[in-house]
Design a protein around this ligand. Structure first.
Ligand code: TAP
Length: 491
């Protein structure tokens, strides 16, 4: 998979059913986060012309795709799912090469994408309208959903396969055509995702994929007046910018944004279970899940043994290349991401938080050339600190203690984000109270913050999300508009 700059493969965009270089031939090199001196590939730095060509292709393909029966559209998508299962080894290697997560995590990402996509296909086959009784006799009244046209999907690098899967599938099954722009840190995953559809014989132009920077190709795509919907997953900062840009044209947006997810552990919790869930949700994928637990708020009485158990699990993690089966935590995704996380850690120390473990770039055999950060735990963190308020998006956990349930809930809610939250307790009444009070789109009781199932919607509140959430029944809702019909068939 990996090689040096001169021998690394050159990749192409997928536009209108053809693999094409950027119109001016410009390329960007991608580096392996586990060995940054190694170039994994060269990718088109798409120009405005390339973006226009992708939207042209999607626009031209739209009428025929829309007019196919939903069953015919589903057949293409089911074939793409079958190819995903066949190619799971190869595609998980591409994810690990570009993102750094372990091969097991990459496989898990594909397996979960397949489940989510299956669900969206079934949803598309059964959930497109309803007949309502009319107030008048001889009138048939009904409403149904119809597609929008050309949709843009802008995806992040942390779940570079799963996110396109759960966005493109509802868009396509509903009859839209799509231009996908993957993150610059994971361009080949976006192209491999697209290839799975291309290899089903999907009609030309139905799904297009262009690589390049967000501020260049991404922004150019969103500024094309033919784009009817923007599904964006990424940081809150970019999400707000995209919302402003879309508002000027009344283009609908689905924004899945950052998180600062709390876990509350009450004194009656099963300590082992809570500590395991906390360590997994904080450090899996090197803390780069949008639903990672980054703040744990523990009842003072049990804070000592709970923190000890979490520290033991953090220190037992084995850092290394995601291709090594012994590795339990891979690198973070790229040098800029590593710098951002180390800067936050430094700021935490300067603002007075106490470092309990980690806090440095990891060194040693197999690590020196990679973006490895030690699993990090801070205590004595207070609500005003930068590490409390900002999404670090790395393997960094902050521990708070609380004297009461109400204090724990206040700390949990004291940030601008509201993606996921969890509570560990055996007290049903307090669990239910937490569900009422916690400000998060997804809440878990005695389960970690990253758990989700495809049949339910997925999205945050506050500054973690806006627009109709993805997945579940709302996945297709975002990519369709309502049409209401009244037909008088008898006078
Ligand atoms: P961002 O930097 O926001 O980038 C996300 C995507 O937007 C990338 O494809 C990026 O391209 C593109 N982009 C950047 N600026 C753009 C612009 N001006 N116009 C159009 N596109 C633009 O986020 P990221 O670092 O890739 O992802 C991490 C973030 O995603 C975290 O905040 C995480 O919490 C969030 N996330 C949220 C969820 C949910 S469901 N809430 C799920 C996964 C991730 P480039 O890569 O070329 O910059």
């Amino acid at each position: 998979m990996s090689t040096n700059s001169t021998t690394a493969p050159t990749h192409q965009n997928y536009i209108g059913g053809e693999w094409r270089a950027a119109s001016d031939g410009a390329l960007d090199a991608h580096h392996n986060p586990a060995r940054i001196s190694e170039v994994t590939g060269h990718f088109p730095r798409s120009t405005d012309d390339d973006v226009r060509a992708a939207v042209d292709a999607a626009e031209a393909a739209y009428p025929a795709w829309r007019d196919l029966s939903v069953f015919a559209r589903a057949e293409y998508l089911k074939r793409a799912l079958a190819l995903m299962s066949e190619r799971i080894d190869r595609v998980s290697q591409v994810i690990t090469t570009e993102n750094g997560k372990t091969l097991a995590e990459s496989r898990g990402e594909i397996v979960s994408a397949i489940k989510e996509m299956e669900h969206q296909i079934h949803q598309g086959l059964r959930d497109l309208g309803e007949i309502a009784p009319s107030a008048q006799s001889g009138v048939l009244a009904y409403q149904y959903r119809r597609p929008l046209g050309v949709c843009a999907v802008i995806s992040p690098w942390n779940f570079p396969f799963n996110v396109p899967g759960r966005k493109c599938t509802p868009a396509l099954i509903a009859g839209n055509t799509v231009v996908l722009k993957p993150a610059s840190l994971t361009p080949n995953v976006g192209l491999e995702f697209t290839r799975l559809f291309a290899d089903t014989g999907l009609p030309k132009g139905v799904l297009n994929c262009i690589t390049g920077s967000g501020s260049g190709a991404g922004e150019s795509l969103l500024n094309d007046s033919r784009i009817k919907a923007i599904s964006f997953t990424g940081s809150t900062k970019v999400g707000i910018h995209i919302n402003q840009l879309a508002a000027g044209r009344l283009v609908r947006t689905q924004l899945e944004l950052g998180g600062k997810n709390p876990m509350v552990v009450l004194e009656d919790a099963d300590l082992d279970e809570a500590a395991s869930a906390c360590a997994t949700a904080a450090f899996a994928c090197a803390g780069q899940w949008c639903t990672s637990t980054s703040r744990v708020i523990v009842a003072k009485k049990i804070a000592g043994p709970f923190v000890e158990a979490v520290l033991a699990k953090a220190q037992a993690l084995r850092l290394g290349n995601g291709f090594d089966p012994a590795t339990t935590m891979g690198p973070v995704c790229g040098t800029q991401q590593m710098k951002n996380i180390l800067d936050f850690i430094e700021q935490g120390k300067q603002e007075g938080a106490r470092l309990l473990t980690g806090g440095r770039r990891a060194a040693g055999e197999g690590l020196d050339d990679g973006c490895f950060i030690e699993p990090t735990v801070f205590s004595e963190v207070n609500p005003g600190m930068t590490i409390t308020q900002e999404e670090i998006f790395g393997p960094v956990l902050s521990v708070f203690t609380a004297d009461s349930f109400d204090e724990a809930v206040n700390i949990a809610n004291g940030v601008r984000f509201g993606l996921a939250s969890s509570i560990y307790t055996k007290d049903l009444e307090r669990a239910m109270k937490f569900l009422e009070k916690t400000e998060a789109g997804l809440t878990h009781v005695n389960m970690m913050s990253a758990y989700k199932e495809p049949q339910l919607s997925f999205g945050g509140i506050k500054q973690s999300g806006s627009g109709i959430p993805e997945a579940g029944r709302t996945g297709i809702e975002f990519f369709t508009e309502h049409k209401v019909a009244y037909i008088k068939y008898r006078s």
